[in-house]
Design a protein around this ligand. Structure first.
Ligand SMILES: [Zn+2]
Length: 63
C-alpha cells in the first residue's frame, strides 16, 4: 500500500502569536481535509470554541 505524502505538511505556525513570522511550520502529516495535522486540527477547533472569531471592533474613546 502506498503511503500518501502531501507535498507540504501541517501548516500550523510554530512561531509565537504576534511575533514576527519565521515561517516555520509544524510540517507533520496533514489530517484528511485539513491544512493541519491531527493534533493541530484538534487544537484549532478547540481554539475556535473557546474564542469564537469576531470582527475586531476598536473601542471608541469617550470624548
Ligand atoms: Zn501540526
Amino acid at each position: 500500500m502506498l503511503e500518501i505524502r502531501p507535498r507540504r505538511g501541517c501548516l500550523w505556525p510554530m512561531w509565537p502569536h504576534g511575533d514576527r513570522p519565521n515561517h516555520e511550520y509544524c510540517g507533520d502529516r496533514r489530517a484528511v481535509g485539513s491544512s493541519y495535522c491531527d493534533q493541530h486540527k484538534a487544537k484549532s477547533i478547540r481554539d475556535l470554541e473557546i474564542e469564537p472569531r469576531q470582527p475586531f471592533i476598536p473601542r471608541k474613546k469617550a470624548a
